[in-house]
Ligand binder design. Sequence first.
Ligand code: ZN
Length: 351
Amino acid sequence: MSSSTNSAPSKKWSPWSHLPKVDLHRHLDCSIRPSTLRERLKEQGVVLPSTDREFREQFLVTEPMRDLGSVLRKFLAAQQALSTPDFLTRVTRECIEDAAEEGIRILELRYAPTFIQDGHEHLSFEEIHAAIVAGVQSCRHLPIAVGLIAILQRIKPVAVAERVTEFAIAHRDTFVGLDLADNEVGFDARPFEACFARARAGGLRITVHAGEAPSADAVENVRIAAERLGAERIGHGIQIAQDPDMLRWVRDRGLVLEVCPTSNVLTQAAASIAEHPLRRLLDAGIKCTLNTDDPGVFDLDLTHEYNAVAQGLGLTEVEFRQMNEIAARASFIPLELRQIVWPSSLDQPAR
Ligand SMILES: [Zn+2]
């Protein structure tokens, strides 16, 4: 490996650099540094364009998605890169180093063992997870608490999800939660209810992707995630902004939304940052947190998201602090580990 030649991106000044931050929604398998992805694909014999601009066009998602085929190809390139335990360890380490560098103190990384294994059948769930855990452990010296969440892919059969659930429960010492991800449209969450009941009984906390893209079922998917799957947090959930009854329901239940603004624009779940429902959700008293989703593929970091919503929606430092206090309390990482790195007392309610 030539990781020593690949240094972290230089730190850019931002008005939010000094804020202690939390990222609860970040897909590890889509968090490869673009420079590392480029180096890796080259090692794997992929013919790469000569300029950075062409590389970004071919392998990253930096414009709103228009055709699904080209987007899928980009995610598959990231998947192809994740072919060895050493590389998985490196990607995990770099992801945590970069997060710590921008002031993230609490970081939850999620991944689908089945997504990484697809195309790399020689890798077992055990090997994949051990490599990722090694990457987390290599960052123990940094002032950041890290937790791992296992993802069930709703586009795969329930029998596969059951296998991943049992795997996650068996590794309860290194997984803090379980998530359900992939396309909501046409893939009902209810068949996975038993998996989530098992996971809760096995000590895992629950977050579920729901209400992300506009669709007839988007709002109802949030209710199903909470009522049937036991989700305490919702990945995205932004479509509830259209439904006053659901806004009240989510607020009264204290559900936490993991909002990822640029991701929503790139996937066309929101037309632009200025039209993103985050402001309306906050005004309705919903517990919102700010997160990155796929920082590698989207070539962004959490500070980028703060800048985007400060400019596009007029969010203020006071609001960022409130959202981080909510996120720090909603994290699934054990309290004693979060408290070491977080400046306020986490057994007190967020102010
Ligand atoms: Zn996500």
